[in-house]
Design a protein around this ligand. Sequence first.
Ligand code: HEM
Length: 287
Amino acid sequence: GESTPAGPFVPTKEDYQKVYDAIAHRLANETDYDDGSYGPVLVRLAWHASGTYDKTTGTGGSNGATMRFAPESDHGANAGLKHARDFLEPIKAQFPWITYSDLWTLAGAAAIQELGGPVIPWRPGRQDKDVAACTPDGRLPDASKNQDHIRAIFGRMGFDDREMVALSGAHALGRAHTDRSGYEGPWDFSPTVFTNDYFKLLVDEKWNQRKWNGPAQFTDKTTSTLMMLPTDIALIKDKVFRKHVDRYAKDQDAFFKEFSDVYVKLLELGVPFESKPEDRIVFKASE
Ligand code: HEM
């Protein structure tokens, strides 16, 4: 008979679910890291890949995955994210058809879901770019600064005050490392479970300056084992931010819903999709 040439591989939603499942499987198995999970650092990789977006010039954002290259991989804010990129290399080898920029954002969505957070609808469409598309240093937030800086950085991406507070709730996950940012410690007692505990602790706990040789950070009065960055504390000092902190501390459902919406928006900044928002994939989490 006649042989039909194989066309280009066009992945289906089922193919992307397979990528999700492989990430979830690897997350469950690779527990010899931090508090037992690579999930938090995957969330941070997706955020730092996306958070370089500048709405005025349309540059930066997750489309491109330019953090694969120096100088962007060496930007101070990206210290430690090699752990996340390396974690995903076997997944990229297993599914060579996916772009790094789709893979990193898909992994960021998967990590939120696998750590008990809300569903993060996600869609493909990002293309990898070369080193020339690396963004300049300084586009990601500096934790030593105040609310004006938070508004300047996240305003540049196109977020409003409410969205800035919702996004910050990701600090329910993970910890700071002295050999990466210089800061140290987790924000709450369950850094591998996505909750509204970050907001509860901001409101309920008394936060004192930590006495140490490191950069200025805050510690909880009750146990002295948790930490807040100056930018975290800015969320309770600023009246408008504080309103949303209080709301999310009281209402976990509202936080989950609003976090999902704003994290989806973050991961899509600057991506020239051909698909529509209603084409987003709702991944099934692992059991
Ligand atoms: C960790 C700063 C917003 C997710 C960190 C660390 C710093 C930081 C200094 C510690 C890094 C280390 O030493 O390993 C900030 C500042 C923000 C901000 C200044 C805004 C004012 C966000 C947002 C997200 C996010 C919007 C996600 C939506 C995370 C996660 C970690 C983290 C999950 C833990 C990473 C790990 O455990 O390795 N952040 N961040 N952050 N950040 Fe943020």
